[in-house]
Design a protein around this ligand. Structure first.
Ligand code: 13P
Ligand code: SF4
Length: 301
């Protein structure tokens, strides 16, 4: 039996749902029940009636699934699948920051640990950050964390005064404005899609046609008639874009934009995860209870 067939069989045997992020390896995406961005997968995790959720993504996504649907067993096939951005802030650091702004509302990007989410009032993802921030009463001071580029983008779009945590994604932040401008010159007429975590996107916003979450990019790919599109995000997303629209040429801004955390999990890890029930992700109940409110506000937005 092929590895792919084995995974499909085990999913049935274990009554498991396999969720895969848009950056996952193509072969993992192809056997998943649902592929999408952080918000979509959070909703799918919350809604599932299957007892086991295998999360082909990174740890904060698996933790989020556990918090939103605590009676399910949540498995992360490789514990090395972390997130450089989530590591840029700890709950202790956030508590110190909050102590300096005691009246502020805290908005935490989903790319944070469960302990950090437990200190937040709202969570958001790249696809609903503007909506979440816009819904906060205008007179409230806001602490936004941990991605300064996403925060800066939301601040410009909403006109809200926000204090930004100085954190970034090691994969997206290294994209420089000059790379984007050069790519534009080399591919005239090609629309540019950029993830809001990109360092280049917030610095050269006028040169980016669409700032989108990963699912926003996938929807754009489905609908576009453009002969070529430039894509500034992790290259794993190109698989789905090309599958959905074989006519358009999807060109990465930089082929080297690869998230090592998102590439930890391969099909063998998924098979072993289902076979051996590994690795179980648990969140201490008192942390989960505090984080759940912020996450429920996120999924409702
Ligand atoms: P999305 O929510 O847009 O999928 O982004 C998740 C992420 O980790 C981006 O680096
Ligand atoms: Fe984290 Fe960046 Fe990887 Fe996304 S691309 S999972 S933010 S390190």
């Amino acid at each position: 039996m092929s590895l792919e067939a084995e995974v499909r069989q085990l999913k049935d045997d274990r009554h498991a749902v396999l969720l895969a992020h848009n950056y996952q390896r193509p072969e993992v995406q192809d056997v998943a029940d649902f592929v999408g961005d952080s918000l979509y997968l959070s909703r799918k995790a919350m809604e599932t009636d299957r007892p086991v959720i295998v999360f082909a993504g990174v740890r904060f996504m698996a933790e989020t699934a556990k918090i939103l649907n605590p009676s399910r067993t949540v498995l992360l096939p490789d514990l090395k699948a972390g997130c450089g951005l989530a590591d840029s802030i700890t709950a202790d650091l956030l508590r110190d920051w909050k102590a300096q702004h005691p009246a502020a509302v805290v908005v935490a990007y989903i790319n944070t640990s469960a302990e950090v989410k437990a200190e937040a009032d709202y969570c958001c993802t790249s696809s609903n950050a503007i909506k979440v921030v816009s819904g906060i009463p205008a007179d409230r001071e806001i602490l936004f964390l941990p991605d300064m580029f996403l925060g800066d983008y939301v601040r410009r779009k909403t006109g809200r005064k926000m204090h930004l945590w100085v954190g970034d994604c090691p994969v997206h932040a290294k994209m420089r404005p000059e790379d984007l401008l050069r790519a534009r010159a080399e591919h005239p007429g090609a629309p540019v899609l950029a993830h809001p975590e990109c360092g280049c996107a917030s610095q050269v916003l006028p040169h980016v046609d669409h700032v989108l979450s990963t699912d926003g990019m996938v929807r754009f790919a489905e609908e576009t008639r453009a002969p070529e599109v430039l894509v500034a995000t992790e290259v794993g997303i190109l698989h789905r874009m090309r599958q959905l629209n074989p006519t358009t040429k999807f060109t990465p801004l930089d082929e080297g934009t690869v998230c090592p955390f998102m590439k930890q999990i391969d099909l063998t890890d998924v098979r072993d995860s289902l076979l051996l029930g590994q690795h179980v992700i648990d969140v201490p109940p008192e942390i989960a209870a505090r984080a759940r409110l912020a996450l429920e506000r996120m999924v409702a937005s």
